[in-house]
Design a protein around this ligand. Structure first.
Ligand code: ADP
Ligand code: ZN
Length: 517
């Protein structure tokens, strides 16, 4: 390890390993097959670059993005390391000089786009030179369920078998399905040594709040952090414009940012954000890919993000410098409905939709968490942890109550009306509100009519929202969004399982002026 430590500082200029890096480097050096799951920015490339220098022979790096390959090759060459990339963007001279360097045994790292593996010439080249290891960057591209599937990644498994060398795969995507597929396709089902580390960003404070007066909630959050650089993520382009306007009227420097803007305007905002202190960018998720500002002090979500992965990536832009940073994510039943509808209406096949619903459920579980949020978040990525002391629930433990009875009443009202109605009508029935719609359909004659008078309408709204958040009920797109029971609710309905819900959000809904559903 002494040797690798000295390479770490002499070649890469780093004083110490980041969490997880040293164990991975060691396993790769020992010639093991490795699957390393690390967050974006966690320092994956070092984990194959450093071992590549410590052992004889060439390390072949498969990477999906030409720009990424070029950046890494440039950085390596600047550090005095012989590296080259074979991509479709090369000139003939570049390719020739890489071939020559390979034949002379001068290259330590050979980057290659997966498409290259389709040519017989590439295979015979790789057989001729002394390949010591294959490193696969963005290994989730091998997964057909992922969003970045690259068919040519499927050739990597055969390459590993043909060369018979160890393979190290790297990705930031941690979900179980993707991981299983990586093991099947890259390692022929033989489990590699797996590492999962570094997802925690302990300096980022996590908080969620139910949308109540959403604009005021964001304005208040920004006002308490005036003069600090921050990002507000919105679900729509129009909202970025109106919210940026509202922030400006409240005396902040704020700009909208979305993919519908002119490229020049977008670039100007990126440059301003990078250079100025205290600018707020109100953006869609189009903002962020290239943002490398270390001192973003806060990130707010005015709407529920798409998934835990998205949430993690977006809040992860705050506090890169390690100093305290804060986040706030707003969500409400409208967000849940919208996200469910987006999944249901997508052209994806049924099992993909089911997987997307499950991903959304994981995010809602985080939003409705009754214990430390960081434990839920890290648990999703497979990392075990103890309560963090730096999230809203650690700050103020959630007050939960046994809601089994309330949930059964709600389910019963739903089932007795044939699962044809939304929360508003069901709440009228539960609270014994004799509206025209209730009377016309004879719902005032149901045994469930007025059985829920212990809660106000807004409190029932919060109960329904939490039921949606736990995926006990789901809006059915084929029934105009009417709520229907899921299998997860059956044990509760049958009295075989109990359920606790957060009392605070039910009570605050009750105290608040607007119903939550
Ligand atoms: P990713 O995991 O997203 O591929 P990179 O490998 O590009 O991340 O690393 C992210 C950044 O962290 C780079 O700027 C890299 O130079 C830096 N980095 C990696 N390892 C260390 C380390 N041990 N100490 C300090 N900086 C590091
Ligand atoms: Zn916590």
């Amino acid at each position: 390890m002494q040797h690798t430590r000295s390479l770490l500082s002499s070649v890469f200029g780093f004083a110490a390993f980041r969490p997880g890096q040293e164990e991975i480097v060691q396993a790769v050096l020992d010639g093991h097959n490795v699957l390393a799951i690390m967050p974006t920015g966690g320092g994956k490339s070092l984990c194959f670059q450093l071992p590549a220098l410590s052992r004889p022979g060439v390390t072949v790096v498969i990477s999906p993005l030409i720009a990424l390959m070029r950046d890494q090759v440039r950085a390596l060459r600047e550090a005095g390391v012989e590296a080259g990339a074979l991509t479709s963007g090369n000139t003939d001279e570049e390719t020739e000089s890489i071939f020559a360097a390979l034949d002379e045994g001068r290259i330590k790292l050979l980057y290659m786009a997966p498409e290259r593996l389709a040519s017989a010439g590439t295979l015979s080249l790789l057989r001729r030179i002394n390949v010591q290891m294959i490193a696969v960057d963005e290994a989730h591209c091998v997964s057909q369920w992922g969003h970045d599937f690259r068919p040519d990644y499927l050739r990597i498994g055969a390459l590993r078998q043909a060369l018979n060398v160890p393979l190290a795969a790297f990705t930031a995507t941690a979900d179980e399905e993707t991981r299983t597929e990586i093991v099947t396709r890259l390692f022929a089902g033989q489990p590699p040594e797996t590492f999962l580390r570094g997802f925690d960003r302990p300096n980022i404070h996590l908080a969620f709040a139910v949308k109540d007066t959403p604009r005021q909630q964001i304005l208040a959050f920004a006002a308490a952090r005036k003069g600090q650089s921050g990002i507000v993520y919105c679900g729509s382009r129009a909202k970025t414009e109106t919210l940026a306007q509202a922030l400006r009227e409240a005396g902040h420097a704020a700009c909208p940012y979305h993919a519908g803007m002119e490229a020049d305007d977008r670039r100007r905002t990126e440059v301003r954000f990078q250079q100025e202190d205290g600018l707020i960018v109100v953006a869609t998720i189009a903002f962020g890919m290239g943002i490398d500002k270390p001192d973003i002090r806060w990130v707010a979500h005015a709407d529920l993000p798409k998934s835990i992965e998205g949430y993690y990536q977006e809040i992860g832009r705050a506090g890169r410098d390690g100093a305290p940073a804060e986040t706030l994510t707003l969500y409400g039943p409208e967000d849940i409905r919208l996200r469910r509808a987006q999944i249901d209406e997508s052209p994806a096949p049924a099992d993909r939709k089911a997987a997307d619903h499950a991903r959304l459920n994981a995010l809602l579980g985080l939003a409705e968490a009754t214990g430390c949020r960081r434990q839920v978040l890290l648990g999703y990525f497979g990392e075990a942890s103890t309560p963090c002391g730096n999230c809203d629930i650690c700050d103020h433990p959630a007050d939960v109550f046994d809601a089994t009875d309330a949930v059964r009443k709600a389910l019963s009202a739903m089932l007795r009306t044939g699962e044809w109605f939304g929360a508003g009508h069901l709440i009228d029935i539960l609270t014994g509100t004799s509206t025209a719609k209730v009377r016309e359909r004879g719902h005032d004659q149901l045994p469930t009519f007025a059985v829920g008078r212990e809660f106000s309408k807004p409190a029932w709204g919060a109960v329904f929202r939490q039921m949606m958040g736990r995926d006990l009920v789901r809006p059915d797109p084929d029934r105009h969004g009417a709520l229907r029971m899921t299998d997860a609710a059956r044990p509760i309905l049958r009295g075989e399982a109990a359920i606790s819900l957060r009392r605070d959000t039910v009570q605050s809904a009750s105290a608040g002026a607007r119903p939550a559903v």
